[in-house]
Design a protein. Structure first.
Length: 163
């Protein structure tokens, strides 16, 4: 249930982050694709952070090499998630939730170098500064709470797809 909890915590943090940005930039409140308080692309990103960290730890690299490889790897992975997520959302829901065509180094509307590099920095900071603290909290979440969130998430997906 650790990975499930990481997914939901970061999906909720992503929901808050996106909505704070939207309030300050567009004066509107947008919860994203689903009805509930989660933006699941952030949950997927967090899982990639955890898996990449676990993968690199097995090689017992010097810290600077580990951090550098983590940054490069997570930047590539986050870029792929953002590109794939944007295309998938548009093909299923016929909506565009982000568009980087106004950015200098964009590749289509879903990715650009500026944002990819920023996601790499944020994910690296989360991995080395936030996750050690969040891990202590995640491990204390009762299994029934995790199951409850899974059921709510599934219902949210079903209602979203029905509409």
């Amino acid at each position: 249930m650790y990975y499930v909890n990481i997914f939901f915590i970061f999906s909720f943090i992503g929901f808050l982050f996106e909505n704070v940005l939207n309030i300050f930039s567009n004066d509107n409140f947008n919860s994203g694709i689903l009805y509930g308080p989660w933006t699941f692309i952030y949950g997927i990103g967090a899982l990639l952070v955890v898996f990449l960290n676990k993968f690199l730890k097995q090689y017992h690299l010097k810290k600077w090499k580990e951090v550098l490889l983590f940054y490069i790897g997570i930047t590539i992975l986050m870029t792929l998630v953002e590109f794939g997520g944007g295309m998938l959302i548009e093909s299923i829901f016929h909506r565009t939730y982000w568009d980087y065509t106004n950015m200098r180094f964009n590749y289509g509307k879903y990715i650009c170098l500026e944002v990819s590099l920023l996601w790499g920095v944020l994910a690296t900071m989360i991995n080395y500064f936030a996750l050690p603290w969040i891990d202590k909290f995640v491990k204390k979440i009762p299994i029934l709470v995790s199951i409850g969130f899974i059921l709510l998430f599934i219902l949210d997906i079903v209602f979203t797809l029905m509409n």
